[in-house]
Design a protein around this ligand. Structure first.
Ligand code: GRF
Length: 210
């Protein structure tokens, strides 16, 4: 049975595109992207999915009284679709326990810095890279991690280091990191689908492929 993946995205969706490309080019031995959802009707991510005839779902947050109700509806839809893995790819809302608790260690996120640094509330988009540059750190990078009840706190699956250059702006650093994100996320997804991720507490061991 193939791992059924849903991707959640709010914006441009270049990470979604990287996952779609990996899938379509046969990089995932054992997976299919069955659904792309967004909280934004106009998200480019939805267009990208439609181009490849992948089912899409736009769920309007305004129709729900509170984030928990919205996430409970999402959980219901994902369960109805028999989704095995949820990939957050630039999804801007913070997930509530109504969704996270229904899919323990089955939700991944990609973050454009080396967690556990430079994560948490307010750490999204260029804010992350501005904070890295302001800190004087010599290295940044990206992290794929499982999503738990906190913000950017779940077990780390894979990371790649990207040097911070003296002349970097938030934009130039973001650009170089994004290139690495597009390589890293498909690798993490593939490892999950091949059952190569063994979680012990906060540590994720990478097992050899069978
Ligand atoms: C990426 O930098 C990702 O790390 C973060 O949001 C951004 C999404 O970019 N979570 P895109 O929509 O995939 O282009």
């Amino acid at each position: 049975m193939k791992t059924r993946i849903a991707v959640m995205a709010s914006g441009g969706g270049t990470n979604l595109q990287a996952l779609l490309d990996a899938w379509k080019s046969g990089q995932f031995s054992n997976a299919e992207i069955t659904l792309v959802m967004s909280n934004k009707k106009e998200a480019k991510a939805l267009e990208r999915a439609k181009t490849l005839e992948v089912s899409t779902l736009f769920l309007d947050p305004k129709q729900y009284s509170k984030p928990e109700a919205y996430d409970a509806e999402l959980a219901k839809r994902f369960m109805a679709e028999k989704i095995d893995l949820i990939c957050l790819a630039g999804y801007i809302r913070i997930l509530t326990p109504a969704l996270v608790n229904k899919f323990p260690l089955k939700i991944m996120n990609i973050h454009p810095a080396l967690l556990p640094g430079f994560g948490g509330e307010g750490m999204y988009g260029l804010h992350v890279h501005e904070a890295v540059i302001a800190s004087g750190a010599k290295y940044s990078g990206c992290t794929v991690h499982f999503v738990d009840a906190g913000t950017d706190t779940g077990p780390i699956i894979l990371q790649v280091v990207v040097p911070v250059l003296d002349h970097d702006t938030a934009e130039s650093l973001a650009e170089r990191i994004l290139i690495e994100e597009h390589r890293l996320y498909p690798r993490a997804v593939d490892l999950f689908c091949d059952e190569c991720l063994q979680v012990k507490g906060n540590r994720v061991a990478i097992l050899e492929k069978a």
